[in-house]
Design a protein around this ligand. Structure first.
Ligand code: PEP
Length: 247
């Protein structure tokens, strides 16, 4: 059965005491045990936050896909695994755009995480000009083909997909529930065609892009939307709670 997931990408926000306060609030919230909540803080705070949570998973926003070595400034998946991290983000549009992470490099990251038993939340999504040309489905499926579809069916089960149209990230502009559902259904269809029905039925697909307490219910009611990857609204405990209880 598909899991319901609400994940918060904090990006490069919050000071340490603010991160601690936010997690303390999130931990005290009562959310259905059917909903997996994950937050992705900046690296610096991960080890401290990992100790304070039982009903909230702590993930990493990034890593470098080599185990150890001369890669100044980088953090490896083995180091995250050693801390107890169980989830990583891969393919976020900000990493693709500002750090030139290509589909080929993202494939390496996916392989590195899965080889270390870390669950991958894989982000995909089109820029506005691609949607305007009505090529968004081809664009997103190509991202999946080049970075994910080399995996075995067993490996893919350790991946959650987050559809994040770039034009909706941090812009206050959300995809309509119809636009989200169409793309999620298209992604699921391509998984079924590449693998099989059982695999397609088991992969959670999250929506990301200005998801907030006022639109989460409608988005999560779509048959192929299994939750959300939340940016801005994940920095407020009340908003993250409202979204986590929108199923
Ligand atoms: C994101 O960056 O993953 C995201 C969805 O951001 P926001 O919710 O702020 O649009």
């Amino acid at each position: 059965m598909r899991k319901k997931i609400v994940a918060g990408n904090w990006k490069m926000n919050l000071l340490q005491h603010e991160a601690n306060e936010l997690v303390n609030k999130l931990v005290s919230q009562e959310v259905s045990s059917e909903v997996i909540r994950i937050v992705f803080p900046p690296y610096l705070y991960i080890s401290e936050l990992l100790n304070s949570t039982s009903n909230l998973a702590i993930g990493a926003q990034n890593f470098y896909p080599k185990d150890f070595g001369a890669y100044t400034g980088e953090v490896s998946i083995s180091q995250l695994k050693d801390l107890g991290v169980k989830y990583v983000l891969v393919g976020h549009s900000e990493r693709r755009m500002y750090f030139n992470e290509s589909n080929t490099f993202l494939k390496e990251k996916v392989d590195s995480a899965l080889a270390n038993d870390i669950h991958v939340i894989f982000c995909c999504g089109e820029p506005l000009e691609i949607r305007d040309q009505n090529k968004h489905e081809l664009f997103v499926i190509n991202q999946l083909e080049e970075s994910l579809f080399h995996l075995s069916a067993e490996q893919l089960k350790n991946v959650t997909i987050a559809y994040e149209p770039i034009w909706a990230i941090g812009t206050g502009r959300t995809a309509s529930s119809q636009q989200a559902e169409e793309m999620h259904a298209c992604i699921r269809k391509s998984i079924i065609e590449t693998y099989n029905q059982e695999v397609g039925d088991s992969i959670s697909i999250l929506y990301g892009g200005s998801c907030n307490p006022s639109n989460a219910k409608e988005l999560f009611a779509c048959p192929n939307v299994d939750g959300g990857l939340i940016g801005g609204a994940s920095l407020k405990a009340e908003d993250f709670y409202a979204i986590s209880t929108s199923f």
